[in-house]
Ligand binder design. Sequence first.
Ligand SMILES: NC(=O)N[C@H]1NC(=O)NC1=O
Length: 180
Amino acid sequence: MSGLMSISEVNRMPYEQFISIFGNVVEHCSLCAAAVWCQRPFSDVSQLHEAMSTFLDQQPLAGKEGVLRLHPDLAGKLAQSRGLTSDSAKEQTSAGLFDMTEKERQTMNNLNQEYKEKYGFPFVICARENKKEAILKGLETRLKNNSEEEALTGVAEVKKICRLRLLDIVDPSSSTKSAL
Ligand SMILES: NC(=O)N[C@H]1NC(=O)NC1=O
């Protein structure tokens, strides 16, 4: 028993339950789950992820920037005051962000601040796929992009975060297509 749910269970959910379970796979953006519910049945978790990714891609630039604004800063004030969602706290821990020297934290905060002032939304990166060194490097590199490139790069990272969060909930080997 993996403790994960099967895609058939997901497909049977009324929308209230679907939103309560998948409402934070895109941070603080339950609209994403609410929007794709009517596309059930999903054949597997990849198809559910595809549906959410397509919904994100369909948003105008202002909507994409809005989705990024729903994300907490990495190693920021919310992390310091333990105000993160449990998903985000777990991700930031895995990247080693609760394990930084004061100097590293200061550098990250300064770069995050510079980034927000330049683009008007926060720097978003999939923390489970990066360690603190790669995140600091990513901040420096991405500060060279233009605003539209950064909104698209940020949304690509949101999709990676979403995929890993979905895999924490749904068994990836479950499928509605019968095995041969
Ligand atoms: N700002 C930012 O990237 N936040 C996030 N990234 C991630 O993996 N979890 C988050 O909360």
